[in-house]
Design a protein around this ligand. Structure first.
Ligand code: HEC
Length: 257
């Protein structure tokens, strides 16, 4: 075998590499059984993401004021704007002082695609003015019936006569039949109001049923009132009453001048 200088160098390099790897293997272990030892790129194993609503830091100990005053140019600012900068930072402080990782939504925030019910509890008379926002279709009525049979049938009964299973067992006060008396004339908006806020012994169902489903249930209840689907589609039901009610509710500023 021809022992050349290159061969020796190559052999030495390989030996050195093996030695280094072996030594690394030895020192990267620790005596603590819970410790993973030395890790190659630990960021890959453990994400730096925070858990929502975790109380992560205490802003009182993070020179919050100094940092943010500096950021807003307090040092360079003229005396006239210093006060404004101070109060801006104070306001920021109030927002962040809980130290939560994820901020709570600003009060009054509306989630995308959601329209808040514009009537306050107790303002029932205004509910007449609220129109059915979704079209009456076969699907919406079938779905409305299905939701009705989940959320309402045990009190109101399958035909809306107020003879649900709870009533038959005398476990609850009998609701009025949808097709009788004043209940027959309730408009879509009023039925929606009742689902949203409840009435008397009937509790609010707003937290259990999302907006779109509530309106589908309203459609089905309207058929139980004895309305024909065609009439509902053409909005013949209660339309004259609704228009009068809307006019009466409008504040002066919106009246045509
Ligand atoms: C636990 C029993 C119960 C459940 C469940 C229930 N209701 Fe009622 N509901 C009642 C009672 C009792 C009344 C009568 C309340 C009153 O007039 O004081 C009533 C009244 C009503 C009225 C008439 C309101 C009015 O203004 O006169 C409507 C409409 C109505 N319910 C719809 C529904 C719908 C829709 C559901 C399902 C999402 C539902 N209810 C679920 C017990 C219930």
């Amino acid at each position: 075998m021809n022992i050349s200088y290159q061969n020796i160098a190559h052999f030495a390099k390989t030996k050195l590499l093996v030695g280094v790897v072996a030594a690394l293997g030895l020192v990267s272990c620790t005596a603590d059984p819970n410790s993973p030892g030395v890790e190659y790129m630990p960021d890959m194993y453990r994400a730096t993401g925070y858990e929502a609503y975790l109380k992560k830091y205490d802003i009182d100990s993070t020179d919050f004021f100094e940092r943010n005053l500096k950021k807003l140019g307090y040092d360079q600012a003229g005396d006239s704007v210093k006060g404004a900068i101070e109060s801006e930072v104070a306001a920021l402080y109030n927002v962040f002082k809980s130290g939560l990782i994820t901020r709570k939504p600003v009060e009054g925030t509306i989630a995308e695609g959601k329209i808040p019910f514009p009537i306050e509890k107790g303002d029932r008379s205004k509910a007449k003015a609220i129109k059915m926002p979704i079209p009456y279709t076969e699907t919406s009525l079938v779905e409305g019936k299905a939701y009705y049979e989940i959320f309402c049938v045990h009190c109101h009964g399958p035909k809306g006569q107020g003879k649900g299973s709870l009533i038959q067992k005398e476990l609850f006060l009998k609701p009025p039949a949808y097709s009788a008396g004043d209940t027959k004339n309730l408009s879509a908006g009023e039925i929606y109001y009742t689902i949203f806020y409840g009435k008397g012994m009937m509790g609010s169902h707003a937290s259990q049923i999302v907006e779109e489903k509530r309106w589908k249930i309203v459609q089905y209840v309207q058929t139980l009132q004895g309305n024909k689907v065609e009439d509902l589609r053409d909005a013949k039901v209660n339309s004259s009453v609704e228009l009068e009610a809307v006019d009466a509710e409008l504040p002066d500023s919106t009246q045509a001048k």
